[in-house]
Design a protein. Structure first.
Length: 100
């Protein structure tokens, strides 16, 4: 029984080491690669994702205004602004239509 467990562990370690090298190829892809944008993606973006982005920007703005005294005391006002207002606004208004 001990021999089977040891062989299984050795097989698992070898398989893990071999498969790990294949995963690095996926991480080496160019992040600026633009896939073809279809009309369906544009419609879904316009009717579903953009309204959610607008809502996230509005709620983020409200959260920023309410939490600004506390973030000023903590000294992280710029970080709170970036995460709650700037990032949702950039996602909603600056990216091309259909690019998710």
């Amino acid at each position: 029984m001990h021999k089977i467990a040891k062989q299984s562990m050795v097989f698992f370690v070898i398989a893990t080491l071999l498969l790990t090298s294949f995963g690095s190829v996926a991480m080496a892809q160019d992040p600026s690669y633009n896939e073809e944008i279809s009309a369906e993606k544009m419609l879904a973006d316009f009717f579903l994702v953009r309204p959610l982005g607008i809502a996230a920007t509005i709620f983020g703005t409200v959260f920023f205004v309410v939490s600004s005294p506390f973030s000023a005391l903590g000294g992280n006002t710029q970080e709170v602004f970036e995460k709650t207002m700037a990032e949702p606004a950039a996602f909603t208004f600056k990216r091309p239509l259909g690019q998710l």
